[in-house]
Ligand binder design. Structure first.
Ligand code: PEP
Length: 250
């Protein structure tokens, strides 16, 4: 397996959308400048502060991304943000298909695929989220769900350069619960196999684990085969804990 650059991505969700977001970005930048991590850092703030956060980290190795985008480039879509607008605000990544979008906004695999395609159209790396619910895991359907979501959510033209997969068991998001190391390894190996034929250069495509990653469990999770980084929610809202995860990544 080729050595892939570990990606530690912070998904701020609907938090830190004002001066607090700018302060958080400055604190992450200051810590990252002092320690110069070998992993790549990505901050995904609310859209309203994306341009300002991009400005804070401009010229540093820290990247920024949107948390969602509309499938269309422009038009009468009140309240929505186009991938092109994210790019204009300095983003180089966009998260699509987060389970909170799939649940709260009834986003289907087809919608997620269209959004990922929009990200690619705008020159962004699409971080495509997949993962099973607790009921699906309990029913022994985890791998089948991942197969279905991979088949439905990854657009034509996906490559290791423009696509990252984030495996996020829905029941592990924001709960403090994580799958066992064996379960993470099984899911990531399955994803690696299944993206063959869907993503050009599947072996070089980064697969992130997400779901209650903290500074104290990151090292163990990031050691698992086929885990090439983490998508971090709660622990990305404080510079110290986010930097602690980056430190664990090396
Ligand atoms: C997420 O929302 O992508 C996430 C993984 O959240 P948390 O780290 O809080 O579980």
């Amino acid at each position: 397996m080729a050595e892939l650059k570990t990606l530690i991505a912070g998904n701020w969700k609907m938090n830190a959308g004002g001066a607090d977001g700018i302060a958080l970005a400055k604190a992450v930048l200051s810590g990252a400048t002092k320690e110069s991590f070998s992993c790549e850092l990505l901050l995904c703030p609310p859209a309203v502060v994306l341009a300002a956060v991009s400005h804070v980290v401009d010229g540093s190795p820290i990247a920024t991304g949107g948390q969602d985008c509309h499938a269309k480039a422009k038009g009468a879509h009140t309240g929505d943000v186009a991938a092109e607008m994210l790019a204009a605000a300095g983003a180089t990544y966009v998260i699509v298909g987060h389970s909170e979008r799939r649940t709260d906004h009834k986003e289907t695999d087809a919608i997620v695929r269209a959004k990922a395609e929009a990200g690619h159209r705008a020159g962004l790396v699409a971080v495509i989220c997949i993962g099973e619910t607790e009921a699906e895991r309990d029913a022994g359907e985890t791998l089948a769900v991942l197969t279905r979501q991979i088949a439905g959510s990854i657009p034509a033209g996906a490559s290791a350069a423009n696509t990252v997969i984030a495996y996020e068991p829905v029941w592990a998001i924001g709960t403090g619960r994580t799958p066992t190391i064996a379960e993470v390894a099984e899911a990531h190996a399955h994803i690696r196999r299944e993206i063959g034929g869907k993503v050009a250069e599947p072996a070089l495509t980064r697969i992130l684990y997400g779901g209650s990653v903290k500074a104290d469990n990151a090292a163990e999770l990031l050691k698992v085969a086929n885990v090439n980084g983490a998508l971090v929610g709660g622990a990305s809202l404080e510079a110290a804990s986010f930097l602690g995860i980056a430190r664990a990544a090396g």
